[in-house]
Design a protein around this ligand. Sequence first.
Ligand SMILES: Cc1ncc(COP(=O)(O)O)c(C=O)c1O
Length: 448
Amino acid sequence: MKQASLNAVCHPQIQSLLRSNKAKLQEWINGLGSPLHLVFPEMFQQNIVSFKQVLERHQVDYQLLFAKKANKARCFAAVCAQENIGIDVASVAEFELALAAGVSGADIGVSGPHKSEPLLRLAMAHNALIAIDSVNELSDLACLAAGAGQAQPVRILLRIRPQSQKKSRFGLAGSELEQALAFCLEWRRHIQLLGFSCHLSGYCTRQRGQAGHQLIDYIEQARQLGLGCDRINIGGGFAVSYLDSPDWRQSLDYEAFHADKAFGGFYPYHNPVAGADALHQVLLEENEQQLSLGRRLRELSLTVLLEPGRALLDQAGISLFSVQGCKPVSGTSDCHIATVSGMSFSLSEQWFNTEYLPSPLLISEQKDEEDALYKVAVAGNSCLDDDMLSWRFIAFEQYPKKQDVIAYINTAGYQMDSNESAFHSTEPPRKVAVMLTGDVITWQLDNQ
Ligand SMILES: Cc1ncc(COP(=O)(O)O)c(C=O)c1O
């Protein structure tokens, strides 16, 4: 069995926190409950710096926006303000959190399909940059802006559905562009078209680069009409490498899943080119005239906007679940189910009919005498049969006991809180912002 292929990549400072501070983890859980999410704003900040370094190496004007939806913790929004980057929001609540963290309205990007009137009004009042999803939304916003009698026109981008995303429900099709541009010209007193945006599903750097070129072609088209566009937004979708091993998919052949559970697919857990390196690849991507995206951005004096969520959160959080008990699985000779305090709503992947594969760690105060391996699936404490955090039987060197802690690694990007629920009248789990640099670990409750 090759379970090592599914060992989670874990930053050395986080490894040392888990190894050397077991009593502290226990204290936090005793005081603040299980599950408990630890978030690491310094990791987030380092990722921002890596993205900035790549953009500066390519000598392009840029604006980074953190895709807020990827994690609700306040500490990440505060780091955005400190690092002078923007935030991409898709709701009134996210907008308010960005402002409260100290991000200026002009650095807030508003995305999402046909947005509500309160969100559009808030965005207009704070001079935010609104990505328009359809011709109908464009005309609604223009009427709203005209009615509001603002001195400044509303700043917008037109969100495009790139050729590689034909099945997406978001953005304008190429065939709708002419109509949208004519509308922007006609309504220029109320709306100011600054450029074009897109967001691609998947993680292909080539497709992202090509989409960037397509957006620049549209800029040239709009400029010919007299619209002074100067920026493109290529969205998020920079991969994270959760597993070191390129063989992780093959290793699944050796894995057993509770109730023979099968999944349609998994996140690409190993990515040789991830995060800021993926952005570097995107900027190197050439068009048919062999001009790289970076070069075209420089030569046309364009600003590139990016909205990474997951990649900025790489290694920026872990999720701790305390064990309530463990039992054998009937009908198997050596498999067990550990029930934890918490539910799989706090590990989102299950709710997309797939599984978070990086193996969690079992943290126990006492070491078992026996040298053995125990195959354990991890279940939530709800009354739902499907409430499993890990259907996979994970090999633990210890038998999980009451009060042991199961730690899922690298969960800040979407896993920990995008699907959380108050099912069974439980409070949503708490978060603690933990600072790891320095001699002493410091922490603060992050009341999202
Ligand atoms: C418009 C938009 N921007 C940015 C993102 C962030 O994507 P990621 O977290 O993969 O970087 C998303 C994710 O759905 C999105 O829809």
